[in-house]
Design a protein around this ligand. Structure first.
Ligand code: ATP
Ligand code: MG
Length: 137
């Protein structure tokens, strides 16, 4: 069993898509083993997205991620990292395959509805950023 880390971004929370996204996650065979809602501070968003500092979209990304509440989740299942990346679809919603989370609920860039860890190293770092061990089932 593998774990991955997921965010439902401010655009999708604001548009009331939490339930629909959770339904697609669970229908894909992934279990939600930890979850919470929070509103990122600028410092938290910068800490989480440090790898993108200096990129042309960085300031817009930080602004977007701090504009409203998000949901953060730990997901568990076989090949969870790859299964969830495939469920999200391409980064840009206009390029994402039909039926994927970003095609269904994203509206553009950076407002692409969801985040998912891209490697085992990212999973460890990103889960530890938001959750303590006793918050994960
Ligand atoms: P994520 O890390 O959110 O799962 P990703 O790994 O598919 O997405 P990254 O390259 O890590 O994509 O970019 C992180 C986020 O930054 C994207 O999800 C998107 O919200 C935003 N972003 C990426 N590229 C652009 C861009 N060219 N213009 C605006 N925003 C962008
Ligand atoms: Mg990424």
């Amino acid at each position: 069993r593998e774990r991955t880390f997921s965010i439902i971004k401010p655009d999708a929370v604001k548009q009331a898509h939490i339930g629909a996204i959770y339904h697609q996650i669970e229908s894909a065979g992934l279990r939600i083993v930890a979850a919470k809602m929070l509103h990122l501070s600028k410092a938290q968003a910068e800490g989480f997205y440090g790898e993108h500092e200096g990129k042309p979209f960085y300031d817009a990304l930080i602004e977007f991620m701090t504009q409203g509440p998000i949901m953060v989740q730990v997901l568990e299942g076989e090949n969870a990292i790859e299964v969830y990346r495939n469920l999200m679809g391409a980064t840009d919603p206009s390029q994402a395959e039909a039926g994927t989370l970003r095609a269904n609920y994203g509206s553009g860039m950076p407002a692409n509805a969801t985040h998912g860890s891209d490697s085992a190293e990212a999973v460890s770092r990103e889960i530890a950023f938001f959750f303590s061990d006793d918050e994960i089932i």
